[in-house]
Design a protein around this ligand. Structure first.
Ligand SMILES: O=C(O)CCC(=O)C(=O)O
Ligand SMILES: [Fe+2]
Length: 478
Protein backbone atom coordinates (compact mmCIF):
# COMPACT_ATOMS: atom_id res chain seq x y z
CA UNK A 1 0.00 0.00 0.00
CA UNK A 2 1.39 3.40 -0.93
CA UNK A 3 1.55 6.33 1.49
CA UNK A 4 -1.20 8.18 -0.30
CA UNK A 5 -3.56 5.21 0.01
CA UNK A 6 -2.88 4.63 3.68
CA UNK A 7 -3.39 8.25 4.74
CA UNK A 8 -6.83 9.41 5.73
CA UNK A 9 -5.92 13.07 5.31
CA UNK A 10 -7.22 13.94 8.80
CA UNK A 11 -5.10 14.23 11.96
CA UNK A 12 -6.29 10.88 13.42
CA UNK A 13 -4.72 7.56 12.59
CA UNK A 14 -5.28 6.43 9.02
CA UNK A 15 -7.44 3.43 8.18
CA UNK A 16 -4.26 1.65 7.21
CA UNK A 17 -2.68 2.36 10.61
CA UNK A 18 -5.81 1.29 12.46
CA UNK A 19 -6.05 -1.93 10.48
CA UNK A 20 -2.37 -2.64 11.01
CA UNK A 21 -2.72 -2.06 14.76
CA UNK A 22 -5.75 -4.36 14.97
CA UNK A 23 -4.10 -7.16 13.04
CA UNK A 24 -0.83 -6.76 14.93
CA UNK A 25 -2.74 -7.05 18.23
CA UNK A 26 -4.41 -10.25 17.11
CA UNK A 27 -1.10 -11.61 15.87
CA UNK A 28 0.62 -10.67 19.13
CA UNK A 29 -1.84 -12.83 21.00
CA UNK A 30 -1.08 -15.78 18.76
CA UNK A 31 2.66 -15.25 18.73
CA UNK A 32 2.83 -15.70 22.47
CA UNK A 33 0.27 -18.44 23.04
CA UNK A 34 -0.91 -20.12 19.90
CA UNK A 35 0.19 -23.53 18.77
CA UNK A 36 2.71 -23.91 21.55
CA UNK A 37 0.45 -26.67 22.90
CA UNK A 38 0.33 -28.79 19.74
CA UNK A 39 2.09 -29.25 16.46
CA UNK A 40 1.72 -31.47 13.44
CA UNK A 41 3.15 -32.39 10.08
CA UNK A 42 2.87 -34.36 6.87
CA UNK A 43 5.16 -36.89 5.22
CA UNK A 44 4.65 -37.81 1.60
CA UNK A 45 4.51 -41.51 0.82
CA UNK A 46 6.32 -42.07 -2.43
CA UNK A 47 5.50 -45.10 -4.51
CA UNK A 48 8.34 -46.08 -6.86
CA UNK A 49 7.45 -47.13 -10.36
CA UNK A 50 6.70 -50.86 -10.52
CA UNK A 51 9.49 -52.89 -12.10
CA UNK A 52 8.88 -55.25 -15.02
CA UNK A 53 9.24 -58.13 -12.56
CA UNK A 54 6.52 -56.69 -10.37
CA UNK A 55 4.21 -56.41 -13.34
CA UNK A 56 4.71 -59.97 -14.55
CA UNK A 57 5.03 -61.74 -11.23
CA UNK A 58 1.86 -60.84 -9.41
CA UNK A 59 2.04 -63.92 -7.16
CA UNK A 60 5.46 -63.12 -5.78
CA UNK A 61 5.30 -63.76 -2.05
CA UNK A 62 7.93 -61.12 -1.31
CA UNK A 63 6.60 -57.78 -0.07
CA UNK A 64 5.09 -55.66 -2.82
CA UNK A 65 7.29 -53.48 -4.98
CA UNK A 66 6.52 -50.37 -3.02
CA UNK A 67 8.49 -51.25 0.06
CA UNK A 68 11.62 -49.22 -0.63
CA UNK A 69 12.06 -45.52 -0.19
CA UNK A 70 12.66 -44.13 -3.68
CA UNK A 71 16.28 -43.49 -4.51
CA UNK A 72 17.28 -39.98 -5.48
CA UNK A 73 18.98 -40.11 -8.89
CA UNK A 74 22.30 -38.37 -9.35
CA UNK A 75 21.77 -34.92 -10.77
CA UNK A 76 18.07 -35.03 -9.96
CA UNK A 77 16.79 -31.86 -8.41
CA UNK A 78 16.29 -32.26 -4.66
CA UNK A 79 12.68 -31.23 -4.28
CA UNK A 80 11.92 -32.65 -0.87
CA UNK A 81 13.81 -33.07 2.34
CA UNK A 82 14.79 -36.74 2.58
CA UNK A 83 13.13 -37.04 5.97
CA UNK A 84 9.79 -35.75 4.76
CA UNK A 85 9.35 -38.65 2.35
CA UNK A 86 8.80 -42.24 3.28
CA UNK A 87 7.99 -45.50 1.57
CA UNK A 88 4.73 -47.32 2.29
CA UNK A 89 4.21 -48.62 5.81
CA UNK A 90 3.76 -52.27 6.69
CA UNK A 91 1.94 -53.56 9.74
CA UNK A 92 2.29 -57.19 10.81
CA UNK A 93 0.02 -58.53 13.50
CA UNK A 94 -0.87 -61.71 15.35
CA UNK A 95 -3.92 -63.43 13.99
CA UNK A 96 -4.59 -66.61 15.92
CA UNK A 97 -1.47 -68.72 15.43
CA UNK A 98 -0.34 -66.92 12.30
CA UNK A 99 0.87 -63.49 11.34
CA UNK A 100 -0.84 -61.25 8.83
CA UNK A 101 0.40 -58.21 7.01
CA UNK A 102 -1.00 -55.08 5.45
CA UNK A 103 0.93 -52.41 3.58
CA UNK A 104 -0.45 -48.89 3.41
CA UNK A 105 -1.41 -47.20 1.22
CA UNK A 106 -3.16 -50.11 -0.41
CA UNK A 107 -2.50 -50.67 -4.10
CA UNK A 108 -6.17 -50.16 -4.78
CA UNK A 109 -9.28 -50.04 -2.67
CA UNK A 110 -8.88 -53.36 -0.88
CA UNK A 111 -11.56 -53.53 1.76
CA UNK A 112 -10.83 -57.18 2.47
CA UNK A 113 -7.26 -56.39 3.61
CA UNK A 114 -8.44 -53.71 6.03
CA UNK A 115 -11.32 -55.92 7.19
CA UNK A 116 -8.73 -58.61 8.04
CA UNK A 117 -6.89 -56.16 10.26
CA UNK A 118 -10.06 -54.86 11.89
CA UNK A 119 -11.21 -58.42 12.60
CA UNK A 120 -8.14 -59.00 14.78
CA UNK A 121 -8.43 -55.74 16.75
CA UNK A 122 -10.22 -55.48 20.07
CA UNK A 123 -12.59 -52.78 21.34
CA UNK A 124 -10.61 -49.76 22.50
CA UNK A 125 -11.07 -48.83 26.12
CA UNK A 126 -10.18 -45.55 27.81
CA UNK A 127 -9.04 -44.62 31.31
CA UNK A 128 -11.71 -43.42 33.71
CA UNK A 129 -11.09 -42.92 37.43
CA UNK A 130 -8.11 -45.24 37.39
CA UNK A 131 -9.88 -48.04 35.46
CA UNK A 132 -9.94 -49.10 31.81
CA UNK A 133 -13.51 -48.66 30.64
CA UNK A 134 -15.26 -49.66 27.42
CA UNK A 135 -18.18 -47.41 26.56
CA UNK A 136 -19.27 -46.98 22.95
CA UNK A 137 -21.12 -43.79 23.74
CA UNK A 138 -17.75 -42.25 24.63
CA UNK A 139 -15.34 -43.99 22.32
CA UNK A 140 -16.04 -46.16 19.32
CA UNK A 141 -12.78 -47.56 18.04
CA UNK A 142 -10.71 -50.70 18.08
CA UNK A 143 -7.09 -51.32 19.04
CA UNK A 144 -4.05 -53.56 18.89
CA UNK A 145 -1.64 -53.50 21.81
CA UNK A 146 2.02 -52.99 20.89
CA UNK A 147 2.95 -56.56 21.85
CA UNK A 148 0.64 -57.96 19.19
CA UNK A 149 1.83 -56.01 16.15
CA UNK A 150 4.97 -54.57 14.63
CA UNK A 151 5.60 -51.92 12.04
CA UNK A 152 8.43 -50.47 10.01
CA UNK A 153 7.15 -46.97 10.72
CA UNK A 154 9.61 -45.19 13.00
CA UNK A 155 8.91 -41.61 14.12
CA UNK A 156 12.61 -41.16 15.02
CA UNK A 157 13.84 -42.15 11.56
CA UNK A 158 11.54 -39.64 9.92
CA UNK A 159 12.57 -36.78 12.20
CA UNK A 160 9.16 -36.46 13.87
CA UNK A 161 10.51 -36.94 17.39
CA UNK A 162 13.14 -34.24 16.84
CA UNK A 163 10.52 -31.79 15.60
CA UNK A 164 8.27 -32.58 18.56
CA UNK A 165 11.16 -32.09 20.98
CA UNK A 166 12.04 -28.73 19.52
CA UNK A 167 8.47 -27.49 19.24
CA UNK A 168 7.02 -28.74 22.53
CA UNK A 169 9.79 -29.03 25.08
CA UNK A 170 9.82 -26.23 27.61
CA UNK A 171 12.92 -24.10 27.28
CA UNK A 172 14.93 -23.63 30.40
CA UNK A 173 15.89 -20.01 29.99
CA UNK A 174 19.51 -19.15 30.49
CA UNK A 175 20.63 -22.77 30.12
CA UNK A 176 21.56 -25.00 27.29
CA UNK A 177 18.52 -27.14 26.75
CA UNK A 178 19.67 -30.71 26.69
CA UNK A 179 16.33 -32.39 27.28
CA UNK A 180 15.10 -34.92 24.78
CA UNK A 181 11.85 -36.65 23.98
CA UNK A 182 11.23 -40.39 23.98
CA UNK A 183 8.27 -41.71 22.03
CA UNK A 184 6.89 -45.01 23.26
CA UNK A 185 4.52 -46.89 20.97
CA UNK A 186 1.20 -47.22 22.79
CA UNK A 187 -1.53 -48.54 20.46
CA UNK A 188 -2.67 -49.08 16.93
CA UNK A 189 -6.23 -47.79 16.65
CA UNK A 190 -8.86 -48.08 13.96
CA UNK A 191 -11.75 -45.60 13.87
CA UNK A 192 -14.07 -46.80 11.13
CA UNK A 193 -17.23 -45.62 9.44
CA UNK A 194 -19.93 -45.36 10.35
CA UNK A 195 -19.40 -43.35 13.49
CA UNK A 196 -15.95 -44.21 14.84
CA UNK A 197 -15.13 -41.38 17.27
CA UNK A 198 -13.62 -40.47 20.65
CA UNK A 199 -15.34 -37.79 22.73
CA UNK A 200 -13.44 -34.91 24.29
CA UNK A 201 -11.04 -36.15 26.97
CA UNK A 202 -7.63 -35.59 28.51
CA UNK A 203 -5.20 -38.52 28.32
CA UNK A 204 -4.17 -40.26 31.51
CA UNK A 205 -0.43 -39.65 31.94
CA UNK A 206 1.47 -42.94 32.29
CA UNK A 207 4.20 -41.39 34.44
CA UNK A 208 5.45 -38.09 35.81
CA UNK A 209 7.76 -37.84 32.85
CA UNK A 210 4.99 -37.99 30.28
CA UNK A 211 4.60 -34.64 28.55
CA UNK A 212 2.16 -35.50 25.81
CA UNK A 213 0.94 -37.77 23.06
CA UNK A 214 1.79 -38.29 19.42
CA UNK A 215 -0.81 -39.55 16.96
CA UNK A 216 0.28 -40.76 13.52
CA UNK A 217 -2.40 -41.30 10.90
CA UNK A 218 -1.45 -43.98 8.38
CA UNK A 219 -2.39 -43.57 4.73
CA UNK A 220 -5.82 -45.13 4.39
CA UNK A 221 -8.92 -43.61 2.75
CA UNK A 222 -11.41 -42.08 5.14
CA UNK A 223 -13.50 -39.00 5.65
CA UNK A 224 -14.19 -37.15 8.88
CA UNK A 225 -12.31 -38.22 11.98
CA UNK A 226 -10.67 -34.83 12.53
CA UNK A 227 -8.60 -34.52 15.69
CA UNK A 228 -9.44 -31.36 17.64
CA UNK A 229 -6.96 -30.30 20.34
CA UNK A 230 -7.89 -27.55 22.82
CA UNK A 231 -5.84 -25.58 25.24
CA UNK A 232 -7.43 -22.77 27.23
CA UNK A 233 -9.42 -20.74 24.72
CA UNK A 234 -7.48 -21.97 21.70
CA UNK A 235 -8.02 -25.00 19.53
CA UNK A 236 -6.33 -26.69 16.59
CA UNK A 237 -8.00 -29.06 14.15
CA UNK A 238 -6.04 -31.74 12.31
CA UNK A 239 -7.94 -33.03 9.30
CA UNK A 240 -6.32 -36.11 7.85
CA UNK A 241 -9.10 -37.22 5.55
CA UNK A 242 -8.60 -37.60 1.81
CA UNK A 243 -4.85 -37.95 2.15
CA UNK A 244 -4.20 -41.52 1.16
CA UNK A 245 -0.67 -40.81 -0.09
CA UNK A 246 0.65 -39.14 3.02
CA UNK A 247 1.27 -39.84 6.65
CA UNK A 248 0.08 -37.11 8.95
CA UNK A 249 0.81 -36.61 12.57
CA UNK A 250 0.04 -34.40 15.54
CA UNK A 251 1.59 -34.09 18.98
CA UNK A 252 0.13 -32.25 21.95
CA UNK A 253 0.71 -31.70 25.65
CA UNK A 254 -0.86 -34.05 28.18
CA UNK A 255 -3.04 -31.31 29.66
CA UNK A 256 -4.81 -30.62 26.34
CA UNK A 257 -8.36 -31.74 25.92
CA UNK A 258 -8.84 -33.45 22.57
CA UNK A 259 -11.41 -35.41 20.62
CA UNK A 260 -11.76 -37.41 17.44
CA UNK A 261 -14.81 -36.37 15.42
CA UNK A 262 -16.97 -38.96 13.73
CA UNK A 263 -15.51 -40.91 10.83
CA UNK A 264 -18.09 -40.81 8.03
CA UNK A 265 -16.41 -43.14 5.54
CA UNK A 266 -13.47 -45.50 5.32
CA UNK A 267 -10.94 -46.39 8.02
CA UNK A 268 -8.86 -43.98 10.07
CA UNK A 269 -5.85 -46.07 11.18
CA UNK A 270 -3.51 -44.51 13.70
CA UNK A 271 -0.44 -45.29 15.76
CA UNK A 272 -0.35 -43.51 19.09
CA UNK A 273 2.75 -42.88 21.16
CA UNK A 274 3.25 -41.61 24.68
CA UNK A 275 5.84 -38.83 24.78
CA UNK A 276 8.23 -38.66 27.71
CA UNK A 277 10.82 -36.05 28.55
CA UNK A 278 14.29 -37.56 28.85
CA UNK A 279 17.81 -36.42 29.35
CA UNK A 280 19.01 -35.50 25.88
CA UNK A 281 22.33 -35.52 24.08
CA UNK A 282 24.71 -33.37 26.11
CA UNK A 283 23.02 -34.24 29.39
CA UNK A 284 23.85 -37.90 29.84
CA UNK A 285 27.08 -38.21 31.83
CA UNK A 286 26.66 -39.56 35.33
CA UNK A 287 23.58 -41.58 34.42
CA UNK A 288 23.82 -43.36 31.11
CA UNK A 289 23.00 -47.04 31.53
CA UNK A 290 23.10 -47.43 27.74
CA UNK A 291 26.88 -46.91 27.77
CA UNK A 292 28.74 -50.07 28.70
CA UNK A 293 31.93 -48.66 30.20
CA UNK A 294 33.45 -52.11 30.60
CA UNK A 295 34.04 -52.23 26.87
CA UNK A 296 36.32 -49.17 27.03
CA UNK A 297 40.04 -50.06 27.10
CA UNK A 298 40.55 -47.50 29.86
CA UNK A 299 38.20 -49.45 32.12
CA UNK A 300 40.52 -52.47 32.14
CA UNK A 301 43.57 -50.28 32.81
CA UNK A 302 41.98 -48.39 35.69
CA UNK A 303 40.67 -51.61 37.20
CA UNK A 304 44.13 -53.16 36.98
CA UNK A 305 45.74 -50.08 38.56
CA UNK A 306 43.28 -50.07 41.45
CA UNK A 307 43.96 -53.75 42.06
CA UNK A 308 47.71 -53.12 42.35
CA UNK A 309 48.72 -52.70 46.04
CA UNK A 310 51.69 -50.54 45.04
CA UNK A 311 49.56 -48.07 43.10
CA UNK A 312 48.71 -45.13 45.39
CA UNK A 313 48.84 -47.47 48.36
CA UNK A 314 47.89 -44.68 50.77
CA UNK A 315 45.41 -43.10 48.35
CA UNK A 316 45.72 -39.79 46.51
CA UNK A 317 44.43 -37.71 43.67
CA UNK A 318 44.64 -38.38 39.95
CA UNK A 319 43.60 -35.51 37.67
CA UNK A 320 42.37 -35.02 34.13
CA UNK A 321 42.25 -31.52 32.71
CA UNK A 322 38.97 -31.33 30.82
CA UNK A 323 39.37 -31.54 27.06
CA UNK A 324 36.25 -29.48 26.39
CA UNK A 325 35.15 -26.08 27.61
CA UNK A 326 32.36 -25.83 30.18
CA UNK A 327 30.94 -22.72 31.78
CA UNK A 328 32.37 -24.00 35.07
CA UNK A 329 32.73 -20.53 36.53
CA UNK A 330 29.00 -19.79 36.54
CA UNK A 331 26.36 -21.26 38.81
CA UNK A 332 24.23 -22.41 35.86
CA UNK A 333 27.16 -24.02 34.05
CA UNK A 334 28.44 -25.71 37.19
CA UNK A 335 25.07 -27.08 38.20
CA UNK A 336 24.69 -28.70 34.75
CA UNK A 337 27.85 -30.73 35.45
CA UNK A 338 28.56 -33.67 35.34
CA UNK A 339 25.61 -34.34 33.02
CA UNK A 340 27.04 -32.03 30.35
CA UNK A 341 30.49 -33.61 30.21
CA UNK A 342 31.33 -34.73 26.71
CA UNK A 343 33.80 -36.80 24.73
CA UNK A 344 36.69 -38.20 26.74
CA UNK A 345 35.68 -36.10 29.76
CA UNK A 346 32.44 -38.06 29.88
CA UNK A 347 33.89 -41.52 29.28
CA UNK A 348 36.78 -41.09 31.72
CA UNK A 349 34.36 -39.78 34.34
CA UNK A 350 32.11 -42.81 33.79
CA UNK A 351 35.00 -45.30 33.97
CA UNK A 352 36.27 -44.06 37.35
CA UNK A 353 32.79 -43.65 38.75
CA UNK A 354 31.77 -47.17 37.72
CA UNK A 355 34.84 -48.53 39.55
CA UNK A 356 33.76 -46.86 42.76
CA UNK A 357 36.20 -43.93 42.61
CA UNK A 358 34.79 -40.63 43.84
CA UNK A 359 35.15 -37.99 41.14
CA UNK A 360 35.35 -34.27 41.97
CA UNK A 361 34.71 -31.74 39.23
CA UNK A 362 36.75 -28.73 40.24
CA UNK A 363 38.36 -25.63 38.83
CA UNK A 364 42.11 -25.48 39.15
CA UNK A 365 44.91 -22.93 39.06
CA UNK A 366 48.61 -23.58 38.85
CA UNK A 367 50.60 -21.92 41.64
CA UNK A 368 51.24 -18.30 40.72
CA UNK A 369 54.39 -16.71 39.49
CA UNK A 370 56.00 -14.96 42.41
CA UNK A 371 55.68 -11.27 43.11
CA UNK A 372 58.57 -10.36 40.88
CA UNK A 373 57.17 -12.11 37.84
CA UNK A 374 59.62 -15.01 37.92
CA UNK A 375 58.39 -18.57 37.98
CA UNK A 376 58.22 -19.72 41.50
CA UNK A 377 61.19 -21.79 42.52
CA UNK A 378 59.32 -22.96 45.56
CA UNK A 379 59.90 -26.69 45.37
CA UNK A 380 56.85 -27.28 47.55
CA UNK A 381 54.74 -26.17 44.59
CA UNK A 382 55.83 -29.03 42.37
CA UNK A 383 52.95 -31.39 41.78
CA UNK A 384 50.58 -29.10 43.65
CA UNK A 385 47.58 -27.32 42.22
CA UNK A 386 45.19 -24.77 43.69
CA UNK A 387 41.73 -26.31 43.66
CA UNK A 388 38.53 -24.27 43.84
CA UNK A 389 34.87 -25.06 43.60
CA UNK A 390 33.03 -24.90 40.29
CA UNK A 391 30.34 -22.25 40.22
CA UNK A 392 32.33 -20.23 42.74
CA UNK A 393 31.19 -16.70 41.99
CA UNK A 394 33.68 -14.55 40.19
CA UNK A 395 35.46 -12.53 42.78
CA UNK A 396 36.20 -9.20 41.18
CA UNK A 397 38.32 -7.44 43.71
CA UNK A 398 40.87 -9.54 45.44
CA UNK A 399 43.25 -6.88 46.58
CA UNK A 400 46.80 -7.78 47.30
CA UNK A 401 47.56 -5.36 50.08
CA UNK A 402 50.74 -4.26 51.78
CA UNK A 403 52.68 -7.21 53.08
CA UNK A 404 50.53 -9.71 51.17
CA UNK A 405 51.39 -11.74 48.12
CA UNK A 406 49.29 -13.04 45.31
CA UNK A 407 49.43 -16.38 47.10
CA UNK A 408 47.11 -14.94 49.71
CA UNK A 409 44.58 -14.20 46.98
CA UNK A 410 44.95 -17.75 45.61
CA UNK A 411 44.45 -19.14 49.09
CA UNK A 412 41.33 -17.05 49.65
CA UNK A 413 39.87 -18.19 46.34
CA UNK A 414 40.64 -21.87 46.65
CA UNK A 415 40.32 -24.84 48.96
CA UNK A 416 44.10 -24.88 49.10
CA UNK A 417 46.82 -26.78 47.33
CA UNK A 418 46.15 -30.39 46.39
CA UNK A 419 48.82 -32.83 45.33
CA UNK A 420 47.52 -34.19 42.07
CA UNK A 421 49.08 -36.63 39.63
CA UNK A 422 47.87 -35.33 36.30
CA UNK A 423 47.03 -37.78 33.52
CA UNK A 424 47.17 -35.16 30.75
CA UNK A 425 48.30 -31.64 30.00
CA UNK A 426 45.85 -28.80 30.16
CA UNK A 427 44.70 -28.00 26.64
CA UNK A 428 45.89 -24.68 25.34
CA UNK A 429 42.83 -24.01 23.21
CA UNK A 430 40.51 -22.32 25.66
CA UNK A 431 38.38 -23.82 28.38
CA UNK A 432 39.63 -21.21 30.83
CA UNK A 433 37.16 -19.17 32.79
CA UNK A 434 37.86 -15.97 34.66
CA UNK A 435 38.50 -16.83 38.30
CA UNK A 436 39.33 -13.46 39.79
CA UNK A 437 40.96 -10.13 39.17
CA UNK A 438 43.40 -8.63 41.60
CA UNK A 439 45.04 -5.29 42.06
CA UNK A 440 48.78 -5.42 42.14
CA UNK A 441 50.51 -2.57 43.91
CA UNK A 442 53.83 -1.54 42.44
CA UNK A 443 55.16 1.66 40.92
CA UNK A 444 51.60 1.97 39.76
CA UNK A 445 48.57 -0.16 40.63
CA UNK A 446 47.62 -2.67 37.92
CA UNK A 447 44.78 -5.10 37.49
CA UNK A 448 45.67 -8.66 36.62
CA UNK A 449 43.28 -11.43 35.72
CA UNK A 450 43.56 -15.03 36.82
CA UNK A 451 41.87 -17.83 34.92
CA UNK A 452 40.89 -21.28 36.08
CA UNK A 453 40.47 -24.52 34.16
CA UNK A 454 37.93 -27.24 34.73
CA UNK A 455 39.31 -30.60 35.81
CA UNK A 456 38.18 -34.04 36.92
CA UNK A 457 39.91 -35.11 40.10
CA UNK A 458 39.75 -38.78 40.97
CA UNK A 459 39.88 -39.44 44.68
CA UNK A 460 41.72 -42.77 44.82
CA UNK A 461 41.12 -44.44 48.17
CA UNK A 462 43.95 -46.22 50.04
CA UNK A 463 44.50 -49.74 48.74
CA UNK A 464 42.96 -51.44 51.77
CA UNK A 465 39.68 -49.53 51.30
CA UNK A 466 39.46 -49.65 47.56
CA UNK A 467 39.58 -53.44 47.47
CA UNK A 468 36.10 -53.38 48.91
CA UNK A 469 34.89 -50.53 46.72
CA UNK A 470 36.05 -51.82 43.38
CA UNK A 471 34.84 -55.34 44.16
CA UNK A 472 31.38 -54.04 44.92
CA UNK A 473 31.45 -51.74 41.89
CA UNK A 474 32.34 -54.65 39.67
CA UNK A 475 29.75 -56.81 41.39
CA UNK A 476 27.10 -54.21 40.59
CA UNK A 477 27.43 -54.83 36.89
CA UNK A 478 27.36 -58.63 36.86
O1 LIG B 1 -6.60 -40.70 17.21
C1 LIG B 1 -6.46 -39.58 17.63
O2 LIG B 1 -6.32 -38.61 16.91
C2 LIG B 1 -6.44 -39.32 19.13
C3 LIG B 1 -6.61 -40.57 19.91
C4 LIG B 1 -6.67 -40.31 21.37
O3 LIG B 1 -7.07 -39.29 21.81
C5 LIG B 1 -6.20 -41.35 22.30
O4 LIG B 1 -5.85 -42.45 21.86
O5 LIG B 1 -6.18 -41.07 23.52
FE1 LIG C 1 -6.45 -39.12 23.85
Amino acid sequence: MSDSESHSGSDGPSIGDQTTALIANALADFVTTSSSFACGGTLAVQLPEPTAKDQTNQDDASPPHKRQKPQQQLGEEQTTNEESVTGPITIRWDSGDSTKRITLPLDEQDDAAVADLVADTQPATFGLEGKDVYDESYRKATKLDPNSFSTDFCPYELGIVDVVAQALLPNKTGQDNYQGVRAELYKLNVYKAPSGFFKAHVDTPRSEKQIGSLVVCLPCDHEGGQLVVRHRAKSMKFDWSKARDSIQWAAFYSDCEHEVLEVSSGHRITLTYNLYVTRGVGDLAGDCPALDVQTLPLYREVKRALANPDFMAEGGYLGKHCSHAYAHGTWAGASALPATLKGTDMTVYEVFRSLGVKVHIRRVLDPPEDDYGYDSDNSADRGYTYVGKVGHPFCSSVEVGEGETIRDAYNDWSDGLWKITWLNWASVNGGEDLAFAHVVHGNQAEIEFTYSRCALIFDVAPYKNRLKVSASAIGMRS
